[in-house]
Design a protein around this ligand. Structure first.
Ligand code: 13P
Length: 246
């Protein structure tokens, strides 16, 4: 039985006062049956660690460097994230693939760096609207996941996979539960071919998850929780989504 996981991806939002308020309200609203985590901007990780110390909620970052240390101005290493108590790090979010030209291989290398420091990578895959319309969804997500499988080998069992169709992110358009389930089943089959532990791995759905669609998405057999953008910034909405995963 896989324990559901709900992760809030704050993206580049928040400020110190608002974050403290949000986390205090979430602490009061929890605990939940599902595992819950928030992925905050780097600058706030120290604050988040202090706010959530001793709470069941975990925290993480939204990216990490593929390199260990050195002359990489602006980069943040996995070792640094581990020092701040991060459990998770998002790798290969579509916004980074699109805006920062992150390749499948770079995403895989970042996940490897994260694992080396005992962080759990949340590896994002997902097709663009053009790829979706061209019927290329399965091909695209399999290619993206394949790079990670080849780079991590048997350690692939330690990652969380997130399917986020780019056309559903921040648009209010959600994949239907059936559409999402079909892609999750493709990803699960690919993982099964790579590791005997695939049945224990969590595959999250992301893209306009809201309190009113969370239950139907999370009730699909291969949807093990969600990666939540906009709704993770609103206490009542995020708490409701966490409850829906219970
Ligand atoms: P929204 O929930 O705002 O669509 O964002 C999804 C996402 O990109 C989470 O990583």
């Amino acid at each position: 039985m896989r324990r559901k996981l709900v992760v809030g991806n704050w993206k580049m939002n928040g400020n110190r006062a608002a974050n403290t308020e949000l986390l205090a309200a979430l602490k009061a609203a929890g605990p939940w049956v599902a595992e819950v985590a928030v992925c905050a901007p780097f600058a706030y990780l120290g604050d988040v660690a202090m706010s959530l110390q001793g709470d069941a909620m975990a925290w993480g970052a939204q990216d990490c460097s593929a390199f260990e240390s050195g002359a990489y101005t602006g980069e943040v290493s996995a070792a640094m994230l581990a020092e701040f108590g991060c459990r998770y790090v998002i790798n290969g979010h579509s916004e980074r693939r699109a805006l920062h030209a992150e390749s499948d291989q770079l995403v895989a290398d970042k996940a490897k760096a994260a694992l080396a420091h005992r962080l759990t990578p949340i590896v994002c895959v997902g097709e663009t609207l053009a790829e979706y319309e061209a019927g290329q969804t399965d091909e695209v997500v399999k290619r993206q996941l394949s790079a990670v499988i080849h780079t991590l080998g048997h350690c692939i069992s330690q990652v969380v996979v997130a399917y986020e169709p780019v056309w559903a992110i921040g648009t209010g358009k959600t994949a239907t539960p059936e559409q999402a389930q079909a892609v999750h089943a493709v990803l699960r089959a690919q993982l099964k071919a790579a590791t005997a532990q695939a049945d224990g791995m969590r595959i999250l759905y992301g893209g306009s998850v809201k309190p009113d669609n969370a239950t139907s998405l999370f009730s699909q057999p291969d949807i093990d929780g969600g990666l939540i953008g906009g709704a993770s910034l609103k206490t009542a909405d995020f708490a409701a989504i966490c409850r829906a995963a219970g």
